[in-house]
Design a protein around this ligand. Sequence first.
Ligand code: ADP
Length: 382
Amino acid sequence: MMKRVGVIGGGQLAWMMAGAATKLGIELVVQTPSRDDPAVSIAADTIVAAIDDATATAQLAAQCDVITFENEFVNLEALSLLENQGICFRPSLESLKPLLDKYHQRRYLQDLGLPVPPFAALAPHSNPTAIAEQPDSIQPTFPIVLKTRRHGYDGQGTFIIQTASELDSLLPTLGNQALLQEAFVPFERELAAIAARSVTGEVIVYPIVETQQENQVCRRVFAPAMVSPAIATVVKEIANTLLTSLQVVGVFGIELFLTADGTVLVNEIAPRTHNSGHFTLDACETSQFEQQLRAVAGLPLGDPTMRSPAAVMVNLLGYEHSQHDYQEKRQRIAAIPNAHVHWYNKVEARPGRKLGHVTVLLEATEQGAAVAAAIESIWYSR
Ligand code: ADP
């Protein structure tokens, strides 16, 4: 078994691996740009360096049996030199390669026969005429959806454009970037699946969840999603096909759209643990973070079943610039029955920044909306 695991990235996703690492007897070594990053406090050792600094990753590798990722902003070309020298990345660079660019990702999913919205690549410096010339299926009318092909997260780099003047003012700000244009999907709900695959090819999929985004940022997650068994099966099969085809060793998050007529479309693959799986920490027999460590350490996967009939997860997003620790609000939220508050100890709050989350265990998913509203009224009150 792999005893020392290197993690590229030291944000909350690495921080949340701590409990599982202790349980499994694994030491984490983290590569992250700042000593203030959340996971530094739980790491056995830290290499302070940019995420895409492959020289730093070589140092990380010298201390570790295997390297895994907590974000996808890596430098694949530089890392492949290390992989060729025998350094073990899990998931392998080969399984990440089709995913890091959103256009390549869509192509890969389409080639696999998985359902995706109509899409097309858009050259840098495209003008509104080029956008209007796209086939009808890609929605030459508003709303127009444009995405930067790399380095998007939390809605940064995703633009849902409602008017011609919005488009005119946006395009010059995108500069010399290749873009992805895709059809606007009038979804009824957004779903997500967390799936893990082991070294031996075993795949597990967690109960499917419903996610709710505001301004393209995840606000809350309801588990399990209130969808028919048939739709849950479709989503689980998508997850299975994808992880098997990519030969993933690790955990992936899969975001999907569900339309009113029951069509499921894949929106995005996150090649790592995912916000939609945070509920697993408190609500499942094995958390997504333990599952990632089990997979990359070469252990059999754990049981993904829920320990409670349902759960709701609410992100605690920054709403101001401040260095406040919000202790009083956190205490009030923690007093909600069956609530589990996770606070990432970030040095600075900024609007939209993920500062923490809370999961509340429930008897039924239907209870989630009212509980989420109660949490948000405490958190966002002034
Ligand atoms: P990120 O990489 O930042 O997570 P996504 O591509 O997942 O960006 O988009 C963020 C959110 O924007 C989605 O969860 C969804 O609410 C909305 N969105 C993205 N693409 C579309 C689309 N084609 N049609 C409708 N809404 C979309």
